[in-house]
Design a protein around this ligand. Structure first.
Ligand code: NZQ
Ligand code: ZN
Length: 387
């Protein structure tokens, strides 16, 4: 296990009805709020009217930035910064999934940055400070509600890049599982895969001896397997939604990654698919993951797949190692198929044309991951296998 500094300062208010804490929490930080949300799901399911009622009845002034796209755009960030500056906003309140939260984070940091906001996406070291953020989560997936990262897309340059700074961590997040009852099947599936992928990125690691992190990771994976399909079949099953929601936060709040090397593989590959084809993040991850697993499984890495197969999928440990590893990958694929995740890039409109360009872009800062480092040719091979 490597050295680490633990810091997960976001206060979590978890459970049905926790929205009641919103006014007192906001007032700790500000009185002029920018409410940030997406394409209107929060208006359909009643979350918007609840939030507005609480703000109005507590004399909290607010302005709105709506229409944040899935794969949030730098254009929305620019609009948000302008609104904050024009109205002396002192608090940002995203209500939605990772896209609204990520957009808010970069607005919050961009507010203090003099230059063009895309600069702080390209180079996070330019971030010095951020306006305080509190999130109301409506989709279990990204973990953005409890971490310092944000992913923003620039459609002009076909770039989708991650940025982050500790100042961008939400001060608090409200996690009411009933707010996710209206998440459609496909987004529930994509969210479940995203949570699992966040775990995989840290679980399949070159760091040895991080026993506690690996056992915690397996429990999150088992939670997704236990409840992902159930939440699709029974969207109002509180137990399923609650477990997925907490799994989303725990998978990417730092807990599982502390003490391990943290260079990721599948996410940088997927971000290129989303940058060029604007596909749903979790779907891209679901397509790539089994092919990535097959590609990186070798004599050096096989023990991690055996551990995964035995501890997560309950495969008999007495079987031959190679058989266990292959079975574990097959079970992963079968699980994604059971969630109706497509298994080929062509099914989401991605052909051969841009595979090479995307493989080069994914490795623009060097090879991916340390578990089994991937150069641009490796990434291209995985893309081709996934076609
Ligand atoms: O836009 P609205 O109308 O709200 O609809 C959204 C959107 O269409 C809908 N939705 C959300 N909550 C709902 C709902 N529909 C009905 N009922 C509800 N309760 O779901 C769709 C997807 O929403 P979005 O916020 O885009 O999804 P998600 O949370 O999966 O976020 C994806 C973005 O986060 C980035 C991804 O790359 C992608 O851009 N990521 C952010 C990370 C982070 N900050 O740590 C890490 C992740 O790996 C990921 O890269
Ligand atoms: Zn993700």
């Amino acid at each position: 296990m490597k050295n680490f500094n633990y810091s997960i300062p976001t206060e979590i208010f978890f459970g049905e009805g926790q929205i009641k804490v919103l006014p007192e929490q906001i007032k700790k930080y500000g009185t002029k709020v920018l409410l940030v949300y997406g394409g209107g799901s929060i208006k359909k399911n009643g979350v918007y009217s609840k939030v507005v009622e609480l703000l109005n009845s507590n004399d909290i002034k607010f302005w709105e930035l709506s229409g944040v796209d899935p794969n949030p755009r730098i254009t929305s960030v620019r609009k948000g910064i302008q609104l904050c500056r024009e109205n002396n906003i002192d608090f940002i309140l995203p209500v939605g999934g990772g896209s609204s939260i990520d957009c808010s984070k970069v607005i919050a940091a961009g507010y203090y940055y003099e230059g063009e906001p895309w600069d702080i996406v390209l180079d996070p070291s330019k971030i010095r400070n951020a306006l305080p953020i509190g999130a109301i989560l409506t989709l279990a997936a990204t973990g953005s509600e409890m971490n310092a990262g944000a992913v923003i897309t620039n459609m002009d340059t076909n770039e989708k890049l991650g940025t982050g700074n500790p100042s961008m961590k939400p001060k608090f997040s409200i996690l009411d599982p009933t707010y996710t009852f209206t998440v459609p099947k496909n987004q529930t599936a994509a969210g479940t895969v995203d949570i699992m992928s966040h775990v995989f990125e840290n679980y399949f690691s070159s760091t040895k001896g991080a026993y506690v992190q690996n056992r915690l990771s397996e429990s999150i994976l088992k939670t997704c397997i236990q409840y992902g399909k159930l939440a699709m079949e029974e969207p109002e099953n509180y137990e399923a939604r609650a477990n997925l929601m907490w799994a989303s936060s725990l998978a990417l709040n730092g807990l599982l990654g502390y003490g391990k090397e943290s260079r990721w593989s599948v996410h940088p590959m997927e971000h290129e698919l989303s940058a060029y084809y604007d596909i749903t993040h979790g779907v891209g991850l679901g397509i790539l993951t089994p092919y990535w697993m097959e590609y990186v499984m070798n004599e050096t890495t096989i023990d991690s797949f055996v551990e995964y197969g035995v501890n997560v999928w309950g495969i008999n440990p007495d079987k031959d190692k190679l058989q266990i590893a292959k079975e574990a990958i097959e079970k992963t694929k079968e699980f994604f198929i059971s969630l109706d995740i497509p298994m080929h890039l062509e099914e989401v409109g991605i052909g051969e044309e841009k595979l090479e360009t995307m493989a080069k872009a994914a490795t623009r800062h060097g090879s991916l991951g340390l578990f089994r480092p991937l150069d641009s040719q490796d990434v291209l091979n995985i893309f081709k296998a996934a076609l």
